[in-house]
Design a protein around this ligand. Structure first.
Ligand SMILES: Cc1cc2nc3c(=O)[nH]c(=O)nc-3n(C[C@H](O)[C@H](O)[C@H](O)COP(=O)(O)O)c2cc1C
Length: 333
């Protein structure tokens, strides 16, 4: 089994990185590692596992993110997911939401390295896939470097070789999940120190990376960069990823070329009864910062809600919106 190349990835984001978003992102970058939204072990065991794990082959390489804090349940969830084609199983130790903390998983597990280690060990026994952990640099008052290093050492001993570090701490009470992605300061220095102290582990930086240039600067000293909001809000930042990060020969596609492929995708998915806005909502930022971006957003955000836009007509709406935007001088502006 080939090991996933984690030099560049798009973060797991609930309600954002669903299968349709990932299919859209794949029109822009073939090589960047994608993650599912978090799926709880509980939901996989007791819910509609087939629907929760559903994705298309073109989304690969694709990692599954799980939420949970009980080793046996996580192992069971991993067994259910096995064989669905994921290249990695990731454990969420970064989500600070009240609901997640009440279920005793997510970021609150930063204070329980032994529990996380037991979870990772149970998951690793249940699958041949790499088990990775995405975590914060601390929570609440438990935010010393010594604690973080102890957490990483303990979890590494249980079989985790790759750590995706959201480079800010989380406050479990007082801040909303959104504020917890903005208010605590970013500490890239802490992540670099982790890499220096654990050179044999793969350390991936996440948090506040807005461009491919910024990602490339971090990939140097570290092992990879993970983009969240920038990849969603301004997806064209990924256009040069295959060539600049992964060394592929093909030049980046233009925004217009991506829009034309999106039109074909829209025809296909709406022909299968998916309402057009469920796809187009993910592509609102494709022309971000370009003249005409507002018209594009309106067409894909508001006009797309009219049920007449389905099948070939869905493609027509997108092509017409793209053609109304002036072409840029360079393909990868
Ligand atoms: C809408 C949204 C949903 C998120 N859902 C998840 C999630 O399911 N699992 C997770 O580990 N992180 C989740 N995150 C956090 C991101 O994965 C990432 O760590 C965070 O946004 C910081 O990276 P960024 O500054 O590049 O956005 C979410 C973030 C956003 C904006």
């Amino acid at each position: 089994m080939t090991r996933p190349d984690r030099r560049l990835s798009v973060a797991p984001m609930m309600d954002w990185t669903d299968s349709l978003d990932r299919r859209f992102l794949r029109l822009i970058t073939r090589r960047t590692l994608l993650y599912t939204e978090m799926v709880t072990a509980q939901a996989l065991i007791h819910g509609d596992a087939a629907a929760l794990l559903a994705h298309c082959p073109e989304e690969h390489p694709l990692a599954l993110q799980l939420g949970g804090g009980e080793p046996a349940r996580l192992a069971e969830a991993v067994r259910i997911a096995e064989g669905h084609g994921f290249c990695e199983v990731n454990l969420n130790v970064g989500c600070p939401s009240d609901r997640v903390a009440a279920g005793r998983f997510g970021a609150c597990l930063m204070t329980e390295p032994a529990t996380v280690a037991a979870c990772v060990a149970a998951m690793a026994r249940a699958t041949a896939l790499p088990v990775t952990v995405k975590h914060r640099i601390g929570v609440d008052e438990t935010d010393s470097y010594e604690h973080l290093a102890g957490f990483v050492a303990t979890v590494a001993d249980a079989g985790c070789r790759s750590f995706i570090v959201h480079a800010r701490k989380a406050w479990l009470s007082g801040l909303s999940p959104k504020e917890n992605r903005e208010v605590p300061p970013l500490r890239y220095d802490v992540v670099r120190r982790l890499k220096a102290d654990f050179p044999d582990l793969e350390i991936i930086l996440n948090g506040g990376i807005r461009s491919l240039d910024a990602a490339l600067a971090e990939i140097g000293p570290l092992d990879g960069a993970m983009l969240g909001r920038a990849a969603y809000e301004t997806p064209y930042v990924l256009a040069a990823a295959d060539s600049r990060v992964f060394g592929e020969a093909a030049p980046p596609k233009s925004r217009h070329a991506i829009a034309m492929e999106l039109a074909a995708l829209a025809e296909a998915v709406t022909a299968e009864d998916t309402p057009l806005p469920r796809l187009t909502r993910h592509a609102l930022g494709l022309f971000h910062g370009r003249p005409g971006a507002k018209l594009w957003r309106r067409a894909l955000g508001e006009d797309a809600r009219d049920p007449q836009w389905r099948g070939p007509r869905a493609g027509e709406l997108i092509r017409t919106a793209a053609e109304a935007i002036p072409h840029a001088a360079a393909a990868c502006e």
